[in-house]
Design a protein around this ligand. Structure first.
Ligand SMILES: Cc1cc2nc3c(=O)[nH]c(=O)nc-3n(C[C@H](O)[C@H](O)[C@H](O)COP(=O)(O)OP(=O)(O)OC[C@H]3O[C@@H](n4cnc5c(N)ncnc54)[C@H](O)[C@@H]3O)c2cc1C
Length: 346
């Protein structure tokens, strides 16, 4: 058995083929690789060009600490898991976004060195979660084979016969269809696990905490819990003006801190400008509302922001919210200074 994935339409493919791990690994030279492809496709004459081969095994390992001295690890080096759920590349890139702005801030003298400790604190729990989810999804594939009844089939003919049984208008056929539907339901957790994909919530000294997210009303793996509670990723909404539709995520770019408020919170703008000057930290305020460069196009942002119109959200360069004010305070500059110096370990 194996699988064929398209790399470029329609002449470049990735062919994955399973081998018995209870015996020493096979030598996959060019001839062996060509034989695998032809056998898998049932096309003995097919012309094949092999561009590369490698042996690869499912892993279930994650690091609990991601830094030693000046060395920081990211990506597959700290979370090793099967491709199920597609959590490899994206979470590896997230690791880098989490680390990059912290390294830059420390190297430029804008943050205390202990900011770097927050990389492990924030990303190691993510590594654990994705490794557990991907491996569970991988194991749950067995349920599909069990439901079809092919796990202990001895021959190809027996396998086909058992698979075909699902079409029969018999009690056994009906039982197989029910079992198959139940097994397929577990795959929802592989292909639609938005909570795992989008729901990274950080707890560390680079977040001015208001506590943990409340217990979710819906399944935490399947559903992404949208929130502006410090530690959450900035939620998505469409904003802009009559000519330009912009994503909230683009309002808070990677190269600076962004303070997001509403028209009634305009005083935060001057506070942000003063604190940028004072601390030498790139920070800009964005006021969202009518008559401003960024308007709340569909009134979605007002529904999502979870603070009043005069309140503010402080967004880190990696687009995670690190502090929020429910409403405008008497001394916005002081409040912002306190939050930012705390986040930056200054
Ligand atoms: C079959 C398969 C399917 C996948 N499907 C998906 C998917 O659908 N979606 C998804 O998001 N992810 C998928 N992934 C996972 C994804 O490919 C990885 O998570 C991602 O590439 C990890 O990136 P990385 O930079 O951490 O590591 P890598 O991409 O492995 O990069 C590490 C680099 O370091 C180099 N290197 C190693 N040792 C040294 C050394 N000593 N000196 C210098 N360089 C060195 C390597 O050559 C390599 O280029 C899949 C993986 C596999 C195997």
């Amino acid at each position: 058995a194996g699988l064929v994935r398209m790399v470029r339409p329609w002449n470049e493919w990735l062919v994955v083929w399973g081998f018995d791990i209870s015996v020493p690994p096979p030598v996959v030279d060019e001839d062996a690789a060509i034989a695998i492809v032809r056998n898998l496709l049932g096309m003995p004459e097919l012309e094949v060009e092999i561009t590369g081969t490698s042996l690869w095994g499912n892993n279930e390992a994650h690091a609990t600490h991601l830094q030693k001295g000046r060395v920081f690890c990211a990506g597959d080096a700290i979370h090793r898991h099967p491709p199920s759920n597609g959590l490899g590349s994206n979470t590896s890139i997230q690791d880098s976004y989490n680390l990059a702005w912290k390294l830059a801030a420390v190297l430029k003298g804008r943050a205390g060195e202990s900011l770097l400790d927050t990389y492990s604190a924030e990303r190691a729990p993510v590594a654990k979660r994705i490794v557990e989810r991907a491996n569970r999804s991988s194991r749950e594939f067995a349920g599909l084979f069990d439901a079809l009844g092919v796990t202990d089939a001895k021959t190809e003919a027996e396998m086909i016969e058992r698979i075909e049984e699902r079409k029969a208008n018999t009690p056994a056929g009906a039982a197989k269809r029910t079992a198959l539907a139940a097994a397929m339901e577990t795959k929802n957790y592989e292909f639609n696990a938005h909570g795992v994909e989008l729901g990274q919530f950080y707890t560390s000294s680079a977040i001015v905490s208001e506590g943990a997210l409340p217990e979710p009303a819906r399944d935490r793996d399947l559903y992404y819990q949208v929130s502006t509670l410090p530690g959450s990723h900035l939620p998505h909404a469409w904003v802009g003006d009559h000519l330009n539709k912009r994503a909230m995520l683009d309002i808070a770019p990677y190269e600076r801190f962004t303070l997001i408020t509403g028209v009634a919170g305009s005083a935060w703008e001057a506070a942000a400008a003063a604190i940028t000057q004072e601390l030498g930290v790139p920070l800009e305020a964005v006021v969202i509302g009518p008559g401003r460069e960024v308007t709340d196009l569909y009134f979605d942002w007002a529904r999502l922001r979870e603070v009043s119109e005069s309140g503010a959200l402080l967004v880190r360069p990696d687009k995670h919210i690190c502090w929020r004010a429910e409403e405008l305070v008497d001394d916005p500059e002081g409040a912002l200074r306190k939050a930012l110096t705390s986040v930056l370990s200054r």
